[in-house]
Write a protein that binds this ligand. Structure first.
Ligand code: GLC
Length: 730
């Protein structure tokens, strides 16, 4: 059957079902509730967390279309996979007893693997996946995540985040693929394709969700859920394209920005939600609100005069499903609005059709039990190997003076610092619990950095540090121990967090960490500085003094092992920074900055630039050439370049192609990433790489806010080489 025929069948099924539905059943489909609404007391620890009476009330009396999260907000925590399968099956069976047997779609935040299923494979977080510059790995993590979500009996993943990470203070920077539009679009699209395949009704595939549409990641003050001021040209140049890429990659749902842009809350923004998302991007799926954000139009944003008006504003702006999530207020209010005609039935039918369409596309109507067996689909050796590889390629070697790395396995090592002996600092939020901070719930068989070092080396390893992130470290003890060892591994950074809990006032490193570092440097021993955490905390002073700097960010459950693989040279690092690493806390200039940001006293001078990353070998590109030096408007141009391993050991290298538009009707970034490929080369091996730059790559948002290509001069930059071409208009 062709895709066209399959679509026609689904459209027919949607129409037929919609025609049978009562108003109550329709409004119920637009209602999503948190697990706690159907949970017994302390459901997170109960053998069967579902309260049958509450579930019946939700499904029979309120016809809810979706349930999300784990037992039980706010004390949520990961559940055993068999318990997930039982809970979701209970919901599935009850929904099958309703008049029209419309299945509930169960949504979960499986943002770096099945985060809330105990012992699942937990990958590097998005910021670290971005550092791999490896779309194939992103595809594979999507595949494995879908498999483990479906083996858990779950249906729908609130991932990937397609927000662009250009505000390093923002406590969800690490949930993004970094500051670059092309990199985010490429990795996010690969994840979606892996997660969904060609047909996400397949047992081992599942629908994804683009979030948080749009402009959520750029709060002026750096705090989560605070105002962003993004002009339309910036919106179209930097913040919309990755969502357009996600729509093109086939994501069937979009979650909405919890905050506001230019004074309009995401959930009230008709232009974003309908004119652009539907009219321009052609999105056919459904939108879901973020947490409690419809009622917050009234309670927080003071935009709606009542909860009832909040529902009307949001639904008429283009919100199809409300993540209410703690009660049936949305259901009751929308029912009333529909009965008075203030929300026309056509709008309700439009939203419900979109929701039903995704449920049919997801195969939910045909599902009578968990789609996938646990055996062979959950924590397979292949999945763990992919995770280890992803962690290895995510880690960024930022400095390696006098080749202090790799370390000898006979060296005596002092390991100290608050991130040396914890798993939570390598995983971040959305790990086992919402904040990811319950170290005691982490799997004991996974290795912290310290344990991985101890396992890997035959040299003496001493640890001076606490049990918990905030435990004070005895600096005198650390310094005395350092004197007795050949080298110090100093592990600093952040504890896990997400959302507003992670708000900070400065990127400066915790003073206690600086104090420890300064004392260690006093004694003159070689120091390897390692950082873990979701944001680029300011390490300039200590990075200058350290012989080596390794940026781990959030490499996931295999992060400790992978870091040790790299420290001792069993793996050659290949990670590159997906963000510009600031030199000072207000030194926030992205690599694709405007000429004005590098004029006179201003300059782009991060501690480490975007795409910075060292290897234990060396690479050089040469022979950059273009298929022509002039093209007509609307034509593409081919780029060829050679890359060679000029060092003494095999390594992986991502080759990046940048483009600069010399002069245009609006100012243009000094350069923008437009293509990349990652290759593995043996010493002396050389490979020729081909790329094509399209009119889309050459385009800009013009004076009239339309995406256009303007005739003029362009410069292609790869490595140290440049090549120019002209676009002419006849
Ligand atoms: C949260 C987050 C969003 C998540 C949702 C459901 O508030 O903003 O990323 O998917 O609620 O947990």
């Amino acid at each position: 059957m062709s895709a066209q025929e399959a679509n026609e069948i689904i459209e027919d099924q949607v129409r037929t079902l919609l025609a049978q539905m009562t108003l109550e059943e329709k409004v119920g489909q637009m209602t999503q509730i948190d697990f706690s609404v159907i949970s017994v007391e302390n459901g997170q620890d109960a053998e069967n967390p579902i309260d049958p009476a509450k579930l019946e009330n939700a499904i029979f009396n309120h016809h809810v279309g979706s349930i999300l999260n784990t037992p039980t907000t706010p004390n949520n925590k990961a559940q055993p996979i068999q318990k997930w399968r039982h809970m979701t099956q209970t919901i599935r069976e009850l929904a099958a007893k309703t008049r029209l047997k419309i299945p509930v779609i169960y949504g979960i935040d499986a943002i770096h693997g099945a985060t809330y299923t105990q012992n699942s494979v937990l990958f590097p977080q998005a910021i670290s996946m971005a550092a791999t510059f490896n779309t194939e790995l992103s595809f594979k993590t999507g595949e494995i995540t879908a498999r483990e979500v479906k083996a858990s009996g779950l249906d729908w993943n609130f991932s990937p985040v397609m927000d662009i990470g250009r505000q390093p203070l923002w406590p969800r920077l690490w949930e993004t693929y970094g500051e670059d539009v092309h990199l985010s679009s490429a990795l996010g699209s690969a994840f979606i394709q892996g997660h969904q395949g060609d047909d996400f009704a397949q047992a081992d595939k599942a629908p994804t969700c683009l979030k948080h549409y749009v402009g959520y990641s750029y709060p002026l003050n750096g705090k989560d859920r605070s105002p962003a001021w993004i002009g339309e040209r910036a919106l179209r140049e930097y913040f919309l394209p990755s969502f357009a890429a996600g729509v093109k990659a086939g994501a069937p749902t979009v979650m909405i920005n919890s905050a506001e842009v230019d004074g309009i809350p995401g959930h009230a923004n008709y232009q974003y939600l309908t004119t652009i998302l539907r009219g321009e991007m052609g999105f056919k799926g459904f939108t879901v609100s973020d947490w409690e954000d419809i009622i917050r139009l009234y309670t927080r944003d003071k935009m709606a005069a009542s909860p009832r008006q909040a529902v009307k504003i949001a639904v008429m702006a283009g919100v199809d499903m409300s993540m209410v999530p703690f009660d049936f207020s949305f259901y009751d209010l929308l029912l009333d609005l529909a009965k008075t005609g203030e929300v026309p039935m056509s709008r309700i039918d439009e939203a419900v059709s979109r929701i039903l369409r995704v449920k049919y596309q997801s195969g939910l109507f045909d599902r009578t039990e968990p789609a996938l067996a646990v055996e062979g689909n959950f924590v397979t050796d292949e999945a763990v190997a992919v995770n280890r590889q992803a962690a290895r390629e995510a880690i960024v070697l930022a400095k390696n003076d006098r080749q202090i790395l790799p370390l000898s396995k006979q060296a005596s090592i002092l390991v100290t610092g608050p991130t040396a002996n914890l798993l939570s600092v390598m995983n971040g939020g959305w790990t086992i619990t919402w904040q990811g901070s319950k170290e005691e719930l982490y799997p004991q068989d996974k290795l912290t950095l310290l344990k991985a070092i101890q396992q890997k080396t035959s040299g003496k390893v001493t640890y001076v540090g606490g049990k918990n992130f905030s435990d004070e470290i005895n600096i005198e003890q650390a310094v005395n121990a350092a004197r007795q060892h050949d080298v110090v591994v100093l592990a600093l950074g952040e504890k896990p967090y997400t959302e507003t809990e992670g708000n900070i006032e400065s990127l400066n490193l915790d003073p206690l960490q600086l104090q420890l570092a300064r004392a260690i440097f006093e004694i003159g021993k070689p120091v390897v500085l390692i950082t873990f955490g979701g944001r680029p905390r300011i390490i300039t002073e200590i990075a200058d003094k350290a012989q080596a700097v390794v940026l781990g960010f959030l490499p996931g459950m295999e992060g400790g092992s992978a870091m040790a693989d790299i420290l001792f040279g069993d793996v050659n690092p290949s990670g590159k920074l997906p963000i510009s690493y600031p030199r000072q806390t207000n030194d926030v200039v992205p690599y694709d900055h405007k000429p004005l940001e590098a004029y006179e006293g201003n300059q782009y001078r991060p501690l480490y630039p975007f795409a910075h990353g060292l290897s234990y070998t060396s690479f050089a590109t040469n022979g950059l050439r273009l298929s022509t030096d002039q093209i007509e408007l609307g034509e593409s141009i081919d780029v060829t370049v050679n890359v060679k391993n000029t060092g003494a050991r095999t390594g992986k290298e991502a080759v990046l192609v940048y483009l600069h538009d010399a002069a245009a009707s609006v100012t243009r970034p000094v350069k923008q990433l437009k293509a990349f490929k990652k290759v593995e080369l043996a010493p002396g091996q050389e490979q020729s790489l081909q790329f094509t730059l399209t009119p889309q790559d050459m385009s800009l948002i013009g004076i009239d806010m339309q995406r256009v290509v303007e005739a003029g001069e362009f410069k292609v930059m790869v490595g140290h080489e440049t090549a120019e071409f002209k676009v002419v208009k006849h």
